[in-house]
Design a binder for this molecule. Sequence first.
Ligand code: KG4
Ligand code: ZN
Length: 340
Amino acid sequence: MTGSGLILGIESSCDETAAAVVGEGRRILSNLVASQIPLHAPFRGVVPELAARAHEAAVVPLVREALAQAGCRLEDLEGIAVTRKPGLIGALLVGIAAAKALALARGLPLVGVDHLEAHIHSVGMGEAPVPFPLLAAVVSGGHTGLYRVDGPLQTRLLGCTVDDAAGEAFDKAAGLLGLPYPGGPQIEKAARAGKPTVAFPVAKIKGRPLHFSFSGLKTAILHHCRRNGWNALEGKPPPPEEVANLAASFQDAVARALVETALRGAATFRPAGAALCGGVALNRHLREAFRAAFGKAGIPFFHAPDALCGDNAAMVAGLGFHLLRERGPDGLDLDAQPRA
Ligand code: KG4
Ligand code: ZN
């Protein structure tokens, strides 16, 4: 099927409501994100029921604005793409209901998109398309996984976290250091003034060399703070220079864990490129650690553009274009799935 190549994307799997219009899988005409961070910050994590209600309020105005900014009408679209998994079920259902209503009302093809595959697709939506086969690490607040990617629609999971996601570990570590939520950007900022003075260990999972574990790292920081009599929850955070050193040590340990595992993944096939995506891919120290390690291995390094690292709908519309053209639309019975 051919058409205008314009896809409206809708994303509501977690704590960002997003709508975007993308041409031919990578030309971004509009990309809007309504963040719920202030709503969830007092709880230091996403509250599912609050998230679903906030999506409900945001989704229609956001879709209208995304179409207006792209200068297009619903009838100009080739189809509508929506995140269908994985994510918070109530949150996913809001985006899916909106997408179905628009598709039904205008007779437009509808396609459901895997959020993690969309993150991977975002890497090729930057300045240059990515080469295949690609080794891709999706590193976000909800997920941490390593993939072999042989084409836009050929993605295979090699390994994933057995406990916390890397972003979740950043958020929890920040809490222990008395830094605000979300913790990733705060840790990166604090780390600039410090040095990795504590060699936190990188977890290895027996018999599963391509999996990750980050929960031990959080416990290691907790014990380190307790030994020194610091407790941010009781208003006794570490002194600022210690916060900076611990942030740098933690960030370095996460980067080492991701790089070492990704290099083991690359050794299982010969990737033409290595890629980082997801919210944690904004971290400059992590990007530089990947660039250095893969540069040494002679494998070009790519990362998602800054605007597409966190959750967004442009990546959903981008991958949705390929799904619609190559696999065809889904029916109006498209369902939401909480799990990957
Ligand atoms: O991809 P994302 O927006 O949402 C999920 O799908 O989870 O990722 C959010 C996560 C949060 O845990 C946040 O702390 C982390 O990404 N993050 C960072 C940075 N910016 C955001 N982690 C480390 N360094 C950063 N600069
Ligand atoms: Zn995400």
